[in-house]
Design a protein around this ligand. Sequence first.
Ligand code: NIG
Ligand code: FE
Length: 404
Amino acid sequence: MSLTIWTNCRAATMAPSAEHAHGLISDAALVVEGDTLAWVGPRADVPTDLLARCMVQHDAGGVLITPGLIDCHTHLVYGGDRAHEFELRLNGASYEEIARAGGGIASTVQATRAASAAELQASSSRRLQQLVGEGVTTIEIKSGYGLALEHERKCLQVARALGQTHAVEVRTTFLGAHAVPPEFAGRMDDYVDAVLHMLPILHAEGLVDAVDGFCERIAFSTTQMERVFAAAKGLGLPVKLHAEQLSDSGGAQLAARYHAQSADHLEWLSDEGAGAMAATGTVAVLLPGAFYFLRETKLPPIAMLRAHGVPMAISTDSNPGSSPCTSLLLMLNMACTLFRLTPEEALAGVTRHAAAALGLPDRGVLAAGKRADFVLWDVQHPAELAYALGSNPRLKTIFKGQVV
Ligand code: NIG
Ligand code: FE
């Protein structure tokens, strides 16, 4: 097979390196074979036998190349919007009060159930287009606004279909345990039974890559989530969890016990929870958009996560209620300004660690054998991606080896 070579670029490989921040190679070459990187390193070191097989040469024009960005936590497929609740909150109501009064997730469930697959496809496609336009090449999309078999199926099918119509890989997560739908009001455990009924059916239809839940005092208890996790484990499916967003419910420890790929939000994470996550390699997915939009004041314990060596990913949490956000670059900035991550930690959070949060070891760094998903940026230094507020310096995306 003939190869393609990209030269005249700086590459932030994001491979862990003691000497070079961002795994930076200042005069790099990337050799692509099909949808895979065959070789990455300094241009002067490209093996001659490989060079001889390079039939196509791309001059990157001296720009920066990074791995394709990975948005590892989104609720991208939903009907309607919640602009009205935004107004209510500005008039003094809290997110929890709105949720308890039947608004919040429940109002999006109503709008999502009312929407046809085609309508959901159209509205989600617009949001996805914005993320893809910023260099996102892998995205996770959760269900969780259908909360009944036919509607969860509809949302997961829409998510899968988005991966066919856009140059991006979609990973789907079943979030049946997101909220209790109105027909189960006051019967939470019965709804958990319903979730356990839906899961194997949707899994058999090939619609589920992972299982998630919202573990919180306004949502499901650790005991209820454990039933869902046990069922997921029985099907061989990986789990993840919305944990310690509004209170410390011990969700991180539960997630770790089930070797979760990630525990997400984590503003109220305890030292014990961080220790448990470190022991199982569970990634901490930090969501600065939700923190900002809900005007939270309790920061996720970054120093504690660092001290325990828990890998940190960053994501948009794109959803209508707590983070109506379709910019992963803005999240890079907010991870630095709000959470005080370094630009390097933030970029690792949307590349290497985001890949780990999805259980995808084949991407997230530029190295031989990894997928040829990468982005050309009109910047000199990778820190500029987190620094420039509201700009999009993306020039070109290469997805599975092909220029998009
Ligand atoms: O990740 N925490 C739960 N789920 C979403 C919010 C969902 C909503 O308000 O619609 C989140 O923040
Ligand atoms: Fe979320």
